[in-house]
Design a protein around this ligand. Structure first.
Ligand SMILES: [Fe+2]
Ligand SMILES: [Fe+2]
Length: 141
């Protein structure tokens, strides 16, 4: 595997940033569309998730700027559905993808001796893992 460069890492972080925007928008939409008393507690969780995804976007945008890149404003289109279970599955798929990306990104940051970035990514990863657990619980997994 070729060694990671700072330029390549900035590109990958910009992809992560796009997907944080996506997650924020998707949770905002899903919490509004979720229906039924059974889903009331997860609906409240989704509002918190939306706010945490925005906080992640801010952290990653600042890190990209610090690394000399330009933070993207591109958004990957969010996934929607009129069906409660389908929405939560879409959200869980997004979290599982984020977890995989951030595990790799932490290794890449450490390869470049960017320990502050690696620490920020670890904090984000821990929150994504909590998000996935909330969704798994709501889906009865
Ligand atoms: Fe996030
Ligand atoms: Fe998340």
């Amino acid at each position: 595997m070729a060694a990671i460069t700072k330029k390549k890492l900035v590109e990958l972080l910009n992809r992560d940033l796009s997907l944080e925007y996506t997650a924020c928008i998707q949770y905002t939409q899903h919490q509004a569309v979720l229906k039924g008393a059974m889903y009331q507690s997860i609906q409240k969780e989704l509002i918190i998730h939306a706010q945490e995804e925005l906080a992640h976007a801010v952290i990653i945008a600042d890190q990209i700027d610090y690394l000399g890149g330009v933070p993207t404003i591109d958004v990957v289109p969010p996934k929607i559905s009129p069906d409660n279970v389908r929405m939560l599955e879409q959200d869980l798929a997004g979290e599982n993808d984020a977890i995989k990306r951030y595990i790799l990104r932490i290794k890449q940051a450490e390869e470049l001796d960017l320990y502050h970035l690696a620490q920020q990514l670890r904090n984000i990863l821990a929150v994504e893992q909590e998000h996935a657990m909330d969704l798994e619980q709501a889906l009865g997994k």
